[in-house]
Write a protein that binds this ligand. Structure first.
Ligand SMILES: NC(=O)c1ccc[n+]([C@@H]2O[C@H](COP(=O)([O-])OP(=O)(O)OC[C@H]3O[C@@H](n4cnc5c(N)ncnc54)[C@H](O)[C@@H]3O)[C@@H](O)[C@H]2O)c1
Length: 362
């Protein structure tokens, strides 16, 4: 029998999770935030107990605690929750750096307390269709995987936009986890990365119409390009920007020796139409396999990862596996080192059980 979810960090995204989870019958049993007033208001809105520290959450025996704190607090909060014996679903990235994330993975394993990490978009229909296309050989052997995203103006919609422009933010750590986890889930682990950024970065946020943030100076690169070398032999390229107003380039494109598969929707949105064009064909066609008869059950919604955790606590080797989240962070941290040194950075390549039938000969 399930009791419900505890929410740690009742900021901007918490309401979206609460709305989606409660609509699916998952109770929010308790919440906590270092801003006590914010937690109290959230608790009243969602009929949850608001408590003043993490230890007090244990009184409500949550099935899972959802770590929705600011990125800088992720590791500290997850550590404490695991030590309290509470399974954790953490928003991305799992921690600010690889050492902290590895310590979390080790703690989860040694305590036998489940730990999973966003992005749970990997459980959604779009990702299943992408995987299916590769599994059935729709485009032949993948050779190249390209991702791109232009996502500017956080100060227009977020009440605390500074975190997007500080350590733990920037396109690398804010957007990167979606694209990197998706790519690794599709074509396997990465062995090396080389990253670059424009020589001339914007000195301040200049595109905003919100006067409160005009003049705010980003502390992290706001446009990044990463070349990825996958162990499978596939090459990858990822460009992400908080500066560009838009791009018409596909959000994700996989080039195989028999054709190309593309998705237009940003990967932080779990949906999206896929189109493919095979070698010799003059037209792009929609890829909508009917074989996914369990599709209705896996359409992405906010909180799908938490629900899957409650429903299948014994399953560890899923797309949300902590080792995938750790490898994702290894790739992002290596990209950051490459940005700062101008060098190609080798990444430790883990054994990942990705339920993957597609195998590339190296
Ligand atoms: N905002 C979005 O659209 C969005 C989407 C997907 C994922 N996320 C992720 O969700 C997380 C939260 O994002 P947000 O936009 O809600 O940020 P936010 O700044 O609005 O909220 C974070 C909350 O965490 C609280 N907090 C910080 N440290 C804490 C601690 N040690 N203990 C308890 N509470 C603490 C803050 O007081 C704040 O209320 C981030 O990891 C972000 O990457 C956000």
């Amino acid at each position: 029998m399930t009791t419900g979810v505890a929410i740690v960090g009742t900021g901007h995204i918490a309401a979206s999770y609460a709305r989606s989870l409660t609509a699916r019958g998952v109770r929010i049993v308790a919440c906590v935030d270092i801003d006590a007033d914010r937690a109290i208001a959230f608790g009243m809105r969602w009929r949850a107990a608001s408590v003043s520290n993490l230890t007090e959450l244990t009184a409500y025996s949550p099935d899972v605690a959802l770590n929705l704190t600011s990125v800088l607090a992720h590791a500290e909060v997850t550590t404490k929750l695991l030590e309290l014996g509470i399974p954790v679903f953490s928003e991305k990235p799992m921690a600010l750096d690889v050492a902290a994330a590895r310590a979390l993975v080790d703690l989860s394993i040694s305590r036998r307390i489940d730990l999973r990490c966003a992005p749970d978009t990997l459980l959604g229909t779009r990702q299943q269709r992408l995987r299916n296309a590769l599994d059935v050989g729709l485009i032949g052997q993948p050779m190249l995987i390209i991702g791109q995203i232009a996502w500017s103006g956080h100060e227009r919609w977020h009440p605390r936009p500074q975190s997007f422009y500080q350590a733990g933010g920037g396109p690398l750590l804010d957007l990167g986890p979606y694209w990197i986890a998706t790519m690794v889930d599709l074509v396997g682990p990465v062995v090396a990365v080389t990253a670059a950024r424009p020589c001339h970065l914007p000195a301040q946020i200049g595109t905003t119409d919100s006067s409160a943030w005009i003049g705010f100076v980003p502390e992290v690169p706001t446009t990044v390009a990463v070349i990825l070398e996958f162990a499978s032999g596939v090459m990858g390229c990822l460009t992400m920007s908080f500066d560009w107003p838009h791009t018409k380039a596909p959000s994700l494109e996989i080039v195989g020796d028999e054709g190309v598969l593309a998705c237009d929707t940003p990967l932080f949105n779990g949906a999206g139409v896929l189109r493919h064009r095979l070698r010799g064909s003059k037209a792009w066609r929609r890829w909508h396999p009917h074989i996914l008869d369990h599709e209705a059950a896996i359409s992405w919604y906010r909180g799908i990862g938490v629900v899957s955790m409650i429903n299948s606590p014994e399953v560890h080797e899923t797309s949300l596996d902590k080792r995938l989240a750790l490898h994702t962070l290894e790739i992002l941290q290596a990209s950051s080192i490459s940005l700062n040194t101008g060098k190609r950075i080798v990444v430790a390549t883990p054994e990942l059980n990705l339920r993957r039938r597609f195998h590339h000969s190296v």
